[in-house]
Design a protein around this ligand. Sequence first.
Ligand code: PGA
Ligand code: ZN
Length: 420
Amino acid sequence: QVARAQALQILDSRGRPTVQVALTLDDGYVARGAAPSGASTGENEAVEVRDGGRAYGGAGVTGVVRTITDRIGPALEARTFGTVGDVDELLHELDGTDSFAGIGSNASVSVSIAAARAFAHLGGSETWRWVADTLGTSPRLPVPHFNVINGGAHAPNPLAFQEFMVAPVGASTFADAVRAGAEVYASLRGRLRAQGKLAGVGDEGGFAPDIDAPDEALDLLVGAIEDAGYTPRTDVAIAMDPAANGFGTPTGIYVFSGREHERDEMLDLYARLVRDYPVWSLEDPFHEEDLESWRAITAHLGDEVQIVGDDLCVTSAERIDRGAADGESNAVLIKPNQTGTVTGTFDALRAASSHGMGAMVSHRSGETLDAFIADLVVGAGTGQLKSGAPARGERVAKYNRLLEIEAADSSLPYGLAPRA
Ligand code: PGA
Ligand code: ZN
């Protein structure tokens, strides 16, 4: 069905090269897909391939573009495929490794996303409905998690914790949730300006004030939620992603605010933050290899908050199964490029669902205008998405796609999926 496969080196939101694929089908339809890229990556993610050398500081992807046009394209053009799984199998065959180190996860994920859109088109449905039909799930519009204060690897400020997000859990529609997010973002800007702390924004569009204490970030959020006229927790809750790989060790030592914190101190800190602030979700609170700490926090706080494995689970069904069996987290982050294909992403979603775990679909800190994850989260029906601040084109592209989906089908429910 693929008449022509083209690939192009484009720029991502950080000004680094990435790959865009266009598959032209026999009927003339052009299905596109583009690869995002992370800055705080897990050790076991599928591997991006980059050129090395001088151009773009070594980050070019012209080799990957050639792989797609010279190897993947002809293989796609030579056969017909029944499902996206067949395309993804071909990608694995051409790759020949178990981490996509051969062709690059940036090649595989862009081709796989384009193929998913092609199959949705051939079936005559929107991509989100195709996802729901493939997974056998009930579609729903997600609670958007707006990352409004950036730290860690995403900002130059001294704040070690990477993401502070506001989640309009009490909104009744997705459009109302977008309004709440944008209003809180605006009132946060006002607060920062009043305090003389308004600096620039980080990679995901959240403000990057010169602060280093998590308490200070959370106080700012609660104040901004109230300033905007909302009630913290019931209207707008908070989610955090410390991304602890960035400041922790496998042996449970965490360095921030000028000193070392040991495991027990971290557990106490998180327990206090969860008690004192309307935090409902906590992602990567510990280093991905500090499993003892993961088990402890899930046992102690897992009833009060969602404990989300990102670098811990890397969108791998196998790792999600293991983590669930060992009680390491009770929810997972879903990033298609961590596993490298749409099929791998579906497997991870199925694994999470089979264990009754929450699943938050996610962008990467380096993004494009590709909004596949918006369709993915609606179809999968998990009710949670994070795509950065309600600002910057590559972030709002996802939120705007969701507004479009809601406007076209007002029967879709909004909100967190009921916990199994
Ligand atoms: P990344 O960060 O895209 O830079 O890896 C996102 C996250 O940690 O959730
Ligand atoms: Zn994360």
